[in-house]
Design a protein around this ligand. Structure first.
Ligand SMILES: [Zn+2]
Length: 262
């Protein structure tokens, strides 16, 4: 079924705006000055000259292109991260609309995907998963599940509990074996949030996929650099969660046929 083009344009514009807000989240939730700057106040300023950014210079993607990536006042470069995040989130929202149409599933995909991007960028840079992403996602995930009635809600509550419990256990065992913190508190809360979106059956496949991505990407890096490094597991968990959200039911089907039908 083809989706109405107006819905695609709407999803794209909404995605650009949400991406713009996500840029603010990425910048402010990871900074030490977060106690002084909330997400909504004060308004955005140029980090070099301190001038306030006018609305016309704050239009997602377009302003960056018009200004050719430089501050209007001081001419210093503006990070290309801003338009990239905005464009990626917009494409994500359009893709979710193409895949699911104007449904609850679209809202879940767009929300979860946006939060996962925020977490992945922040964790990769600062080895940190801000609680704001986790709590916001948990509440929205559980809220959306209410549209599927009590069974749908219970499935996602069980998902959040299973996600929390599983990573808490992994952390406990890891800490016991390696004698150091194997799983940060952020990872545990993040998995509770993901569980609220994918449901309890897909918690284990998500963690498995995350561990697999982590191994594929990180082991070669570790071997090349030949030293022990902190692993931003949130990045790989985010990749696993995205794959499982999209293909989870197919994975479960395949798994059932493989083990019970043969
Ligand atoms: Zn400036």
């Amino acid at each position: 079924m083809a989706v109405d083009p107006i819905l695609l344009v709407g999803a794209g514009i909404l995605g650009l705006c949400v991406g713009s807000f996500l840029n603010v989240c990425i910048l402010r939730l990871a900074k030490e000055d977060r106690k002084q700057r909330s997400l909504f106040h004060p308004p955005s300023t140029c980090p070099r000259c301190g001038r306030r950014i006018a609305w016309r210079d704050n239009v997602p993607v377009v302003s960056w292109l018009v200004l050719r990536g430089r501050c209007r006042w001081c001419g210093q470069p503006i990070s290309i991260q801003y338009p990239i995040i905005e464009a990626v989130v917009a494409l994500l929202w359009i893709a979710a609309m193409v895949a699911y149409g104007p449904t609850v599933r679209f809202a879940a995909a767009a929300t979860l995907g946006t939060i996962l991007i925020g977490i992945a960028v922040t964790d990769a840079r600062h080895y940190l998963i801000p609680d704001e992403y986790n709590w916001t996602g948990l509440i929205i995930g559980l809220g959306l599940s209410l549209t599927a009635g009590v069974p749908g809600f219970l499935d996602k509550v069980a998902g959040a509990a299973a996600g929390f419990g599983l990573l808490y256990a992994v952390g406990l065992v890891g800490g016991w074996v390696f004698k150091e913190e194997a799983m940060g508190g952020g990872d545990i809360k993040m998995m509770a949030m993901v569980g609220a979106f994918v449901g309890w059956k897909l918690v284990l496949p998500t963690v498995f996929a995350g561990a697999l991505f982590g191994t594929l990407v990180y082991v070669p890096l570790l071997l090349l650099r030949k030293r022990k490094q902190h692993v931003p597991f949130g990045v790989f968990l985010a990749m696993g969660a995205a794959v499982v959200f999209v293909f989870g039911d197919a994975i479960l089907d395949w798994y059932k046929r493989f083990f019970w039908a043969g």
